[in-house]
Write a protein that binds this ligand. Structure first.
Ligand code: IMP
Length: 445
């Protein structure tokens, strides 16, 4: 049987998936992105060198792995071409190493302009998007106004479609009173970029079906995290795509029953970029310390991330909905030196709160009887009001980055890790103890 593994972020993204993807790609024949766009960022450190990825699967750095960008991924031509260049400058011959689905939709300049215009217009209610045009590009996709990457092959038709869309978008941009798209200038840029990208565009379904039939190993590289899933996040504090396991079917054409392993990546604490409720968020000096130690600044936007304690109520939901067969715990080293470490094990609503979101009204049986509320029953308003119930752990002082055996970890660190595994009821596959490829522990049962 071939091994088809899916990597899913179980929090708000930035769980440290890049390193795990790189690590697990060692035996992969194909590494596949299946959703999102260049709002995602995966950083891989190999031989002391940092490789930031936004579109190309991070697993491509492994010599054997072929990178596939599935149809569910939105493509910004400029970002993709600079990633192609980064790898070619390293001497990588991408001809047989990269395939981009011809069905991918494009993020075009007007999508980015609209994303920013909507955000500015929202004022104090802004969502904190990455500004990469994700929402507007997905909106065009589902309203049949999108332009797909294969359309770059028929240049005259592309020009016609681009002009039609850009003119409409300029009308909308006018209402926001912002700069309009310079249509001919943008077309000139796209004309150059298409030459770089078209050689890699093909039918990825054929490639992945062949791989499945030939019993090859496939690693599906999730981006973002379940708490940003367009359906299962506290909407509208969401990203535009489905993040959960089912998206491998819609976003890469891989039948779900072929998946043999779902790996949920759990960062040892929480971080969030952008707006929206984060029940375990910390403030003040503790937050600053965690942010600095964890280097919690966005790979994509450079923004300082909001940070907090691990929220197992939310992560449990993420593991359940994505069918996690294993978890990977990342950045445990960042917690070294904290005197006390807390973990959220339950949410409670203050008794004064009357649930208002439709999801809560539909499932209000539990809330009638007690103040306990599950993550899945929370709309964004409830999530903003929940009281996290914590379990407190004593910390450890030792630097654990060089430790290679679970039993050599400080006792308090072992207890913390064992608690997570027991609470989630999902076995741990890997514990990551530092940013570099070799810094990890495989726990023995
Ligand atoms: P968008 O995806 O740019 O539309 O942004 C929507 C929300 O998702 C914002 O809060 C972003 O900060 C967040 N977001 C999108 N992608 C990622 C990611 O890969 N990591 C962390 N946050 C993300």
């Amino acid at each position: 049987m071939n091994n088809i593994s899916v990597i899913i972020g179980t929090q708000w993204g930035d769980e440290g998936k890049g390193k795990i993807v790189d690590l697990l790609s060692e035996n992969a024949d194909y590494v596949v992105r299946f959703h999102g766009g260049n709002n995602a960022g995966h950083t891989v450190i190999v031989g002391g060198k940092k490789y930031p990825f936004h579109l190309i699967p991070a697993g491509i750095l492994q010599p054997k792995a072929v990178g596939v960008i599935g149809n569910g991924v939105l493509i910004d031509l400029e970002v993709l071409s600079s990633e192609i260049k980064m790898l070619q400058d390293e001497g990588m011959d991408l001809k047989k190493k990269l395939i981009i689905s011809d069905r991918c939709h494009l993020i075009l300049p007007y999508h980015k302009a609209l994303d920013l215009a909507y955000e500015n217009a929202r004022g104090k209610n802004k969502l904190g998007t990455t500004g990469r045009g994700i929402g507007p590009a997905f909106a065009d996709k589902v309203s049949y106004n999108g332009i797909r990457i294969h359309e770059l092959m028929d240049w005259n038709l592309f020009i016609e479609k681009f002009k039609f869309q850009a003119k409409i978008k300029n009308e909308i941009l006018k209402t926001f009173d912002v700069a309009l798209i310079k249509i001919d200038e943008e077309l000139k840029k796209i004309a150059d970029l298409r030459k770089i990208i078209l050689p890699f565009v093909g039918d990825t379904f054929v490639a992945t079906q062949k791989a499945i039939n030939e019993k090859k190993n496939i690693l599906l590289e999730g981006a973002h995290g379940v708490m940003l899933d367009i359906d299962f996040s506290p909407y509208p504090f969401s990203t535009g795509s489905n993040v959960i396991t089912g998206a491998v079917n819609t976003g890469a054409g891989i039948p779900v029953q072929k998946v043999s392993e779902v790996i949920g990546v759990v960062k040892a604490y929480t971080s969030r970029v952008g707006g929206g409720p984060v029940p375990t968020e910390l403030e003040g000096s503790l937050a600053d310390e965690l942010r600095e130690k964890g280097g919690e600044y966005g790979t994509t936007t450079g923004r300082a991330r909001r940070v907090g304690w691990l929220d197992l109520e939310a992560v449990k939901f993420a593991c359940q909905i994505s069918g996690a067969t294993h978890i990977v715990i990342t950045k445990i080293d960042v917690l070294s030196g904290f005197e006390k470490i807390k973990v959220c094990v339950e949410y409670q609503l203050p008794s004064s709160v009357i649930p208002t979101s439709s999801s809560v009204i539909a499932r209000s049986e539990t809330t009638k009887q007690s103040n306990k509320i599950s993550y899945s029953s929370c709309g964004y308003k409830e999530l903003a009001r929940v009281i996290p119930i914590y379990k407190e752990f004593s910390g450890w002082k030792e630097d654990i980055m060089d430790i290679k055996k679970f039993n050599d970890l400080p006792k308090n660190c072992q207890d913390y890790i064992k608690f997570i595994e027991k609470f989630l009821e999902v076995p741990i596959k890997i514990i990551s103890t530092g940013p570099a490829r070799e810094e990890y522990i495989t726990p023995t049962p």
